[in-house]
Design a protein around this ligand. Sequence first.
Ligand SMILES: Nc1ncnc2c1ncn2[C@@H]1O[C@H](COP(=O)(O)OP(=O)(O)OP(=O)(O)O)[C@@H](O)[C@H]1O
Ligand SMILES: [Mg+2]
Length: 280
Amino acid sequence: MEVDTESTKRQIEDLQEQLHRQEKMASLGLLSAGIAHEIQNPLNFVINFSKMSIKLLEDMKDILEDCSDKLGEDDAADLQDISADLQENLSKILEHGERAISIIRGILLVSRGKENEFLPTDICKLVKEYVWLSYHAMRANQKNFNISIHETYEEGLPPIMVIPQDLSRAVLNVMNNACYAVWKKSQTAEAAYQPEVNISVKTADGNVIISIADNGEGMTDEVKQRLYENFFTTKPVGQGTGLGMAITRDIIEDKHQGHLTFESEEGKGTTFVFTIPIKK
Ligand SMILES: Nc1ncnc2c1ncn2[C@@H]1O[C@H](COP(=O)(O)OP(=O)(O)OP(=O)(O)O)[C@@H](O)[C@H]1O
Ligand SMILES: [Mg+2]
């Protein structure tokens, strides 16, 4: 009897541990979030050390220039070539490290929270958070580029039932596109051009209406027609996957039973509007 109780106890413990392990494994979202989080740290090392090395290399180039008279002409030229190559390699490491970090951030964003769960959400706060996240991401890449963001949020909006992780992804996608569109236009526009994005959140007729308007490059008729196609992008290779708007439409129209509409004029700008019915 004594032995039996002992072995049953052990069996229960084993099962409990198994259950515990399965619970841990069950949520792929949580798992990938964990991995993503773990990868972030070594990637930060890659990024920081390559930045530091770029800086050191610049110092070294200065020193080389100062003592170029002490070197033979060939040696000086060789050293210059090598340091140029090193600089290029380091920039590549930095660029791709940063790209990897942004992919990881995407995974973290998607896997945060339970999937497809409608939760009472402060929409204004959510929109604000992701608008500025997108802005800071853009600023991290284009240090000497700036845009003005104007925000209008309806006051006293009660929490609204949405899938926050999806809605934030949609806001981020559209805001990223808006930032890109104004940046793109600034590359060719006259000096007086003021890049601008207008954000508004309000309610009307039982809907919450989120609008993101940019005064960027706008869309041609072809782009307007193909906007929601999977993998349709006009961005250079490596910069866009062409999935942002397809995912956004899925989030707004299929998951939230809302409407996604846009108006765009080539050279003038684009406005995207999410109209989401407020669930009782
Ligand atoms: N605000 C905008 N202004 C101008 N063009 C836009 C705007 N938003 C989208 N587009 C056009 O639609 C295309 C598809 O957008 P989408 O977000 O689906 O993909 P992407 O931005 O190219 O890549 P990613 O998958 O990284 O978002 C863009 O490449 C761009 O040509
Ligand atoms: Mg996009």
